[in-house]
Design a protein around this ligand. Structure first.
Ligand code: ADP
Ligand code: MG
Length: 359
């Protein structure tokens, strides 16, 4: 297992990149701590696979270095990096049995037969294919083949890291949950460094200790699910994580006051005088509906009952503001104001979070 360091890394698929826009992966310096489980989360096209393929050695970066335990592996091929990678679509040997497919990475490394038999049995149990071991992979469903791919990825205990690139895409929803749980327990058991790519926030937040959020070729935040929830470092993290995502409103901010479309609100902490495009971001969980004359004037558009709570959709001068209210909360017609809990208010300058300076 290894610590993985990305040093000054960047990648462009163009032969002569001119500007930052030409880079699928913008310059990045980052350590992946040995033995942690990471999720790499972001929308389609933001550069997740590019980054993963650079780590595994399938892609050579246009700039920078990759280190495993401080050893430079930038010019080493995938085979020498001792990594297991599982892709979005199955990669199996059709003419081999399920057993031989699972055993392949072990036999390839000269593991002894008794160990191979035992380990293959363990993995087959994890992926729920014990009774299919003697079947040829040919003719199995895409779903079953992907389980074999996952099993092959997990079979070796001595890899530097396990990389998964949206591996559950073709798996049916129930089995998804099951397999994700298995991956998590595998991580607890062996403590591999794991990087799990997904565009699904639920998958990321349930799988990982740390979530790395990417946006437009850049890592915008790396943090625990709680950090991503409470202090999104970039407005994208605010929108992308949470359901509904963070409310983001244009504002002007001076000290501990913000003016949002003509209404002044108190922020609870000082933020100096941020410049550029200034916005205030508040999650629906920290937003309350009230009546009276304090807070932002809104009109309630819709109330959605989603079980454990209600989502109230409101309109503030043409901008949507979402509120999460308790399951039993009465939403009365005279509720015409939105109040923010100062503990949940973030201020942004040009989309990046401004650190509060105290009260
Ligand atoms: P993700 O995995 O997050 O969906 P990718 O890493 O596959 O994103 O792609 C990042 C960007 O690089 C996208 O704009 C994509 O079109 C581009 N890209 C990916 N692979 C190639 C390639 N082989 N050649 C040229 N452009 C590519
Ligand atoms: Mg991808």
């Amino acid at each position: 297992m290894a610590k993985i360091t990305l040093d000054n890394l960047a990648h462009s698929y163009l032969p002569n990149p001119k500007s930052e826009d030409d880079f699928a992966l913008k310059e990045l310096n980052h350590d992946w701590v040995d033995g942690e489980a990471y999720a790499l989360l972001g929308a389609s096209g933001c550069g997740k696979s590019t980054l993963l393929n650079i780590i595994s050695g399938l892609l050579h970066p246009s700039q920078g270095r990759i280190l495993f335990n401080d050893r430079d592996v930038t010019h080493e091929p995938t085979t020498q990096r001792n990594i297991a990678q599982v892709f979005q679509f199955p990669v199996v040997y059709d003419t081999m049995t399920v057993r031989d497919n699972l055993a392949f990475p072990l036999r390839n490394r000269g593991a002894d037969a008794a160990y191979v038999a035992e380990r293959v049995q363990q993995i087959a149990t994890m992926i729920g294919m014990e009774d299919m071991l003697n079947r040829k992979a040919r003719g199995l469903t895409a779903d079953a083949k992907q389980k074999i791919s996952l099993g092959r990825g997990m079979v070796r205990e001595d890899v530097n890291a396990l990389l998964f690139d949206e591996p559950l895409t073709v798996i049916d929803p129930h089995m998804k949950w099951e397999l994700r749980t298995q991956l998590k327990s595998l991580h607890h058991e062996f403590g591999h460094t794991m990087i799990y790519v997904t565009h699904d926030q639920t998958e990321a937040l349930t799988f990982a200790d740390k979530v790395v959020v990417m946006y437009d070729g850049r890592v915008v935040q790396m943090g625990t699910p709680q950090e991503l929830f409470e202090t999104p470092q970039h407005t994208f993290v605010g929108y992308f994580i949470g359901s509904p995502g963070m409310n983001v409103l244009d504002a002007s901010v001076t000290g501990d006051k913000a003016v949002i479309d003509g209404t002044e609100i108190s922020l609870g902490q000082g933020f100096g005088t941020p410049t550029g495009k200034v916005e205030v971001g508040v999650r629906p969980e920290f937003t309350t509906l009230a009546s009276g004359d304090v807070g932002l004037p809104v009109t309630v558009k819709r109330v959605e009952d989603v079980g454990r709570h209600k989502i109230v959709r409101t309109d503030f001068k043409g901008t949507a503001i979402n509120v999460i209210a308790e399951e039993g909360a009465e939403i009365s017609p005279d509720m015409n104001r939105i109040v923010f809990d100062p503990a949940g208010v973030n201020v942004y300058s040009n989309s990046w979070r401004v650190a509060p300076q105290g009260a």
